[in-house]
Design a protein around this ligand. Structure first.
Ligand code: FAD
Length: 519
């Protein structure tokens, strides 16, 4: 055995030294003696690749990248750092679709979660409990939601709650919330999880759930990667529909648009299965990459209306159905629903698409933008939750004010959600009101104007502060602990206590910039 250990050490040394880079001063050399040394990459190709993210706004190189072949490898790395006199930070990197460097680890180690097995079917497995009958999928934290969808559909099942875009990892979205047009009904993705496997900041591997280690379970859900690395999530499933009637309705007045959205979410399963909405300005119709929905003639018609009113609103709904045979019943349901809504007459547009086509709708836009070289550009996004009681003020000040004379450069999403679908013990925070709106300004800076767009974000936040609008940032970005404390509000003390319990040396997800030293 000692011969084998020696051989493994020499192999690791050759592999690391072969990368021809001086040993980084921020990492203890003892790392070389670990079994995982061969999975640690120091070469600039690896570290450059993990120095930025989808946002293209933050840049910071890690000292090394770990490409784990199992969760044990990640645990070994975290244990080593935790017990070292020279601890280093560690960031799990899902698909790197953060926009402000949240998955970076300056001078530390980025864990390339994809190495655990993107597309590895054995890291996604569907099962059920008998009494009561509950279907679920166990998915690796590194898995992309698109792969979870395809795997569960083989069993005629699918998760209930989604994000608009499916090339995000299970661990990445559960560290935030995971919201889309189904959240009003099923809650965000974090409300649809039964169990998690987590590696804490001490390197312990813990299985947690509502019944077992519930503090860790709820802490990790929306916990911005601060308490542990998710290596498996057990996610609720439902029978998958086959088709979707997908509608877009145009409004010239925000009051009727938001009133109809609120009516629809109050109807639960009597209404749409999915409710979203967006602001349309003349240019957003042209630059909107999120889906091709409207025909050329419809686009012309809508553009005319947008030019007349400056800003108009588009309510988006979907009704799922299972069999083609039930299509006429869906038509009937849709007809009755539309009768209750106050969109501009003649401005209701419908498509009928497959369930997968509907869920994966944003991907077409990605392909299009990539082909034009417009995907890997700066993305100064702003996502906030605004309480229902102030949404009209927000509309006047932001949609009709700050955004109006300027180019918002990308989709502006607006849709309501319901607070009681968010478990209060979870780390994620929402405004203190039963109904609140998710507002997403998904900007792409296609010239060098990202700073202007970011200044506009500051203007929007400044407006909310001045007007006393009690918003919460989603995918939050703050630089000072005082701001983080405000963000978490009454949950802050618990958040700090959890950090002390599960990551006291503040190793994990340093890119969130919440804790900068041991507790
Ligand atoms: P990363 O950017 O890799 O990581 C995000 C954070 O989570 C980092 O702090 C990281 O350290 C941590 N982390 C990553 N993996 C793990 C893990 N396994 N365990 C613990 N911590 C981990 N969000 C929505 O809610 N709804 C949407 O509709 C939506 N649409 C989007 C569309 C696009 C085009 C993009 C770019 C983003 C969208 N997002 C949406 C935001 C997205 O959910 C978050 O940015 C999410 O964090 C991205 O997942 P990721 O796998 O790329 O995570």
């Amino acid at each position: 055995p000692s011969f084998l250990v020696a051989v493994s050490l020499v192999t690791s040394l050759i592999s690391i030294v072969g990368q021809l880079r001086p040993w980084p001063p921020t990492l203890p050399q003892g790392l070389l003696a670990l079994d995982i040394a061969g999975e640690v990459h120091l070469d600039p190709d690896a570290t450059d690749r993990f120095s930025t993210d989808f946002g293209c706004l933050a840049r910071a190189a890690p000292a090394a990248v770990l490409c784990p072949s199992s969760p044990d490898d990640i645990a070994a790395l975290v244990r080593f750092s935790y017990s070292s006199p020279q601890p280093f930070s560690i960031a799990a990197r899902g698909h790197g679709h953060s926009v402000r460097g949240q998955a970076l680890a300056p001078g530390g180690v980025v864990v390339d979660m994809a190495s655990l097995g993107h597309g590895r079917a054995d890291r996604i497995s569907v099962s059920f409990d008998n009494a009561p009958l509950v279907w679920y999928v166990d998915a690796g934290g590194e898995q992309l939601w698109i792969d979870v969808l395809h795997e569960t559909l083989k069993h005629g099942l699918a998760p209930r709650s989604w994000t608009d875009y499916l090339y995000l990892t299970v661990g990445g979205t559960l560290s935030n919330a995971g919201v889309s047009g189904q959240a009003f009904r099923h809650g965000p993705q974090i409300s649809n999880v039964y169990e998690l496997d987590v590696i804490t900041g001490k390197g312990e591997m813990i299985t947690c759930s509502h019944e077992n280690k519930s503090d860790l379970f709820y802490g990790v859900l929306g916990g911005l990667g601060q308490f542990g690395i998710i290596t498996r999530a057990r996610i609720a499933l439902e029978p998958a529909p086959q088709r979707v009637r997908w509608v877009r309705l145009i409004y010239t007045h925000f009051v009727s648009f938001s009133r109809d959205q609120e009516l629809l979410i109050s109807m639960m399963d009597q209404g749409f299965d999915y409710v979203e909405g967006s602001l349309l300005m003349d240019h957003t119709l042209i630059t909107n990459w999120r889906s091709s929905f409207f025909s050329e003639t419809a686009s012309e018609k809508i553009r005319g209306l947008a030019a007349e009113f400056g800003a108009i609103y588009c309510l988006e709904g979907a009704v799922y159905y299972h069999e083609l045979a039930t299509a006429s019943r869906v038509d009937q349901k849709l007809h009755l629903l539309l009768q209750r809504l106050s969109f501009v007459p003649g401005f209701a547009f419908a498509n009928d698409v497959s369930y997968v086509g509907f869920l994966d709708r944003v991907h077409d836009g990605e392909v299009k933008l990539r082909s034009m070289g417009l995907w890997e550009v700066p993305h100064p996004w702003l996502n906030i939750f605004v309480p229902k009681s102030r949404i009209q003020d927000f509309e006047v000040g932001v949609f009709k004010g700050i955004l109006m004379p300027n180019n918002s450069m990308g989709p502006v999403l607006i849709y309501p959600m319901i607070k009681n679908k968010w478990h209060d013990e979870m780390s994620a925070v929402t405004p203190d009101e039963e109904v609140f709106y998710s507002i997403g300004l998904l900007r792409s800076a296609i010239t060098d104007d990202w700073q202007d767009l970011d200044n506009q974000n500051d203007d929007i936040l400044g407006f909310c502060h001045r007007e006393g609008i009690q918003f919460k940032q989603y995918l939050p970005q703050y630089a000072s602990q005082r701001d983080w404390k405000n963000h978490f509000g009454r949950k802050w003390d618990t958040f700090v206590e959890m950090k002390r319990r599960y990551d006291p040396r503040a190793l994990l997800s340093p890119g969130q910039r919440i804790f900068t030293s041991s507790l």
